[in-house]
Ligand binder design. Structure first.
Ligand SMILES: NC(=O)c1ccc[n+]([C@@H]2O[C@H](COP(=O)([O-])OP(=O)(O)OC[C@H]3O[C@@H](n4cnc5c(N)ncnc54)[C@H](OP(=O)(O)O)[C@@H]3O)[C@@H](O)[C@H]2O)c1
Length: 285
């Protein structure tokens, strides 16, 4: 969302000043002439930050609150889950038994990615800000180790927890944390460039990673991706993730703030202060 309100070319045009802020939302249908979306049903789509939206049904998916709580369709069964699933399994080409490190690990995408990696019998190291979030990773989500980047030297801690190197570094943060991951890559390691939240608010271009030349001796690969590119394969990911949710092998972590439209800017800003654990959702009642 932060990237959508910067006036520079990206994978999708920026939201213009005065336009409705783009957002994926779960909505209740209150009036309908569409047979697939009767009044009282629920749907997920890009309805934006507004109390009421009008749609012709294109790119709108009906969702069933009996199958999963509605907020899960924004979290583990939404963009968040799709990003974690395809980022880790396709872009990262994760194999069972490998060592994975994840930055932004206590956030929405990071928490799902770590839990999926655990299901693949991988060793999973999470990087997050603060003791409470680190405890959440190891105690609630089953991570093997957690590094508090606010209190520890990430480069050294990664070396300690992954002495043979990191096979997949799933990066949500960028900057110095990305460098710490690069330095600790295993031979033929892969860096999944999911996001770079540490620099989204910078006024000037962020300094490049200083450790990227390590990709040469490690024969490693660094690759960015956009989850939307996998839209054709969302059903595959939804089926597997809902199976894991139903079996209790992963949990949907969410942080719901109840409020009104006017609270949206302040809620968005919480992401940049680390004030959320799991998927941050604004619920408008
Ligand atoms: N490639 C794609 O298709 C795709 C799709 C969706 C999202 N993304 C990206 O994935 C990343 C995670 O998104 P999300 O929705 O799951 O958000 P999120 O991780 O739930 O929330 C952001 C978290 O980032 C951490 N953070 C904020 N500023 C930081 C900084 N300066 N240094 C280190 N950590 C910082 C905070 O956790 P701490 O308390 O641990 O600092 C915060 O809770 C974002 O970079 C997003 O842009 C990419």
């Amino acid at each position: 969302m932060r990237g959508w309100i910067v006036n520079r070319p990206s994978y999708i045009p920026p939201v213009q000043v005065g336009e409705i802020m783009r957002a994926t939302t779960v909505v209740r249908v209150i009036e309908s002439q569409h047979p697939a979306h009767p009044v009282g049903s629920f749907a997920v789509g890009m309805f934006g930050v507004q109390e009421y939206a009008l749609s012709n049904g294109t790119d709108v998916t009906r969702v069933d609150p009996e199958l999963a709580p509605l907020t899960t369709y924004l979290g583990a069964l939404g963009m968040t889950g799709m990003t974690a699933y395809f980022g880790l399994l396709d872009v990262g080409a994760l194999k069972p038994g490998e060592t994975v490190a994840i930055s932004g690990a206590a956030g929405a995408v990071g928490g799902v990615a770590g839990q999926i990696a655990k299901l693949m019998d991988c060793r999973v190291i999470g990087i997050a800000g603060g003791e409470a979030k680190c405890r959440h990773l190891t105690e609630d989500l089953g991570f093997d180790a957690a590094i508090d980047y606010k209190a520890e030297d990430v480069r050294r801690s990664l070396r300690r927890h992954a002495p043979d190197g990191i096979d997949v570094f799933f990066d949500n943060v960028g900057g110095a944390i990305l460098d710490a991951g690069l330095i600790n890559l295993a031979v033929r390691g892969r860096v999944v460039v999911c996001g770079g939240i540490a620099h989204y608010n910078d006024e000037a271009p962020a300094p490049g990673p200083s450790a990227y030349l390590i990709l040469i001796p490690k024969r490693a690969r660094m690759e960015g991706f956009v989850a939307f590119d996998y839209a054709d394969r969302y059903p595959e990911a939804m089926e597997r993730i809902s199976g894991w949710l139903d079996a209790g092998s992963i949990t949907n972590q969410e942080h719901v703030v109840h409020g009104g439209i006017e609270d949206f800017p302040a809620v968005l800003a919480m992401l940049f202060k680390g004030e959320n654990t799991g998927k941050l959702i604004l619920a408008i009642e």
